[in-house]
Design a protein around this ligand. Structure first.
Ligand code: FMN
Length: 329
């Protein structure tokens, strides 16, 4: 029998902020967080977040409309700050009256945040440290996400365990959601008790029945242990790279070779650092598609968090959410 605890005020605040029954955000995952998974999470009382990193703006608009056609429940959208087409995406979010926008992949310009907020869109930002969390609130963040090193995809250097101690007790102005390594009801209830407004979960939702991931991709998740989800290494400070956590395979080797080649070009002066960094990001988008959609889990990128070790079967999104909130009233 599972022991239930009464939802703490912080969790209720998260539910109110998102407008949902369960303050569980389905973290945006490129290629995977499209209409089906987003609608399924939102219909189940959670908060689905559309990923846009891999698509042109008009395709993202279609996804927004498709989710609306599938459910009346609230959902959000994730925009990548370094995307050169960011202003077009911001305009689309406003035109389509999306209620919540997560800005990921860098520090957003004040103007971006102000434009969204002036149109009534709630803006959610990632806070990698306490100092930055305070700055982001000054910049207009309506809510923050703190995401630990355990997470899948692009990751920061600090663990969830440390971030919740460093940041959660000191931010009261806005709701704070916790991400990275969240996989069961006990840890979700603990985060709520520590003052989290909710959790954001990616890895566990990959094996949702409604997720479009290729069967090979889901199978890799079910087989993998926590220790298989490793982060990439940066070879040279001349080319700073954001670490990516994925299951080790030949795709990781391909990334390493590309990185070495780009380091050489940057050092020689034949390629600008920013161009090399963009090339690496394009590599990841393509490699994730190759594995997650085409099913080539050897040469593509199987991005996964350490909680992959706790993914044991393919389940409806609704039952994943039920497990996550089973200790909360
Ligand atoms: C396959 C995969 C793709 C992801 N793609 C994105 C993305 O496009 N944008 C983003 O902000 N986060 C992305 N993430 C991070 C998730 O949104 C979420 O914050 C993270 O998965 C939470 O940690 P967890 O994996 O331990 O549950 C991705 C994660 C995974 C596993």
């Amino acid at each position: 029998m599972t022991m239930k605890t009464v939802s703490p005020d912080s969790w209720k605040r998260g539910m109110d902020f998102l407008g949902v029954r369960h303050a569980v955000m389905g973290g945006a995952m490129s290629w995977l967080s499209e209409r089906h998974l987003v609608a399924a999470i939102s219909r189940a009382g959670g908060f689905g977040v559309l990923a846009t990193g891999s698509m042109p703006v008009e395709m993202a608009r279609e996804e927004v409309r498709a989710v609306r056609a599938m459910t009346d429940h609230p959902f959000g959208i994730n925009l990548i700050v370094m995307n050169p087409a960011l202003p077009d995406f911001v305009a689309m979010v406003i035109e389509e009256k999306v209620t919540h926008c997560v800005l990921a992949g860098g520090l957003p310009a004040r103007e971006t945040v102000e434009t969204l907020r002036a149109a009534g869109v709630k803006v959610i930002l990632f806070a990698p440290s306490l100092a930055l969390a305070k700055r982001l609130i000054q910049r207009g963040a309506d809510a923050l996400i703190i995401e630990g090193h355990e997470a899948g995809g692009h990751v920061g250097p600090v663990s969830t365990m440390v971030l919740v101690q460093e940041i959660l007790p000191y931010i009261r102005d806005v709701p704070v959601f916790v991400a990275g390594g969240i996989a069961d009801g006990a840890v979700t209830a603990t985060m709520a008790a520590l003052g989290a407004a909710g959790v954001q979960v990616g890895t566990r939702f990959v094996c949702a029945q409604e997720c479009v991931a290729h069967a090979n991709f889901k199978q890799r998740f079910i087989q993998a242990q926590a220790r298989d989800a490793v982060v990439t290494v940066q070879f040279d400070a001349a080319l700073p790279v954001i670490p990516v956590r994925a299951l080790a395979n030949k795709g990781t080797e391909l990334f390493n070779r590309l990185q070495l080649d780009l380091v050489r070009q940057v050092r020689e002066g034949s390629k600008a650092r920013a161009d090399a960094q963009l090339e690496l990001e394009h590599f990841w988008a393509g490699a994730l598609r190759r594995a997650a959609i085409d099913g080539d889990v050897e040469h593509g990128s199987v991005m996964a968090g350490q909680s992959v070790g706790m993914v044991r079967s393919i389940q409806p999104a609704a039952s994943i959410i039920e497990e996550l909130v089973e200790r909360l009233a």
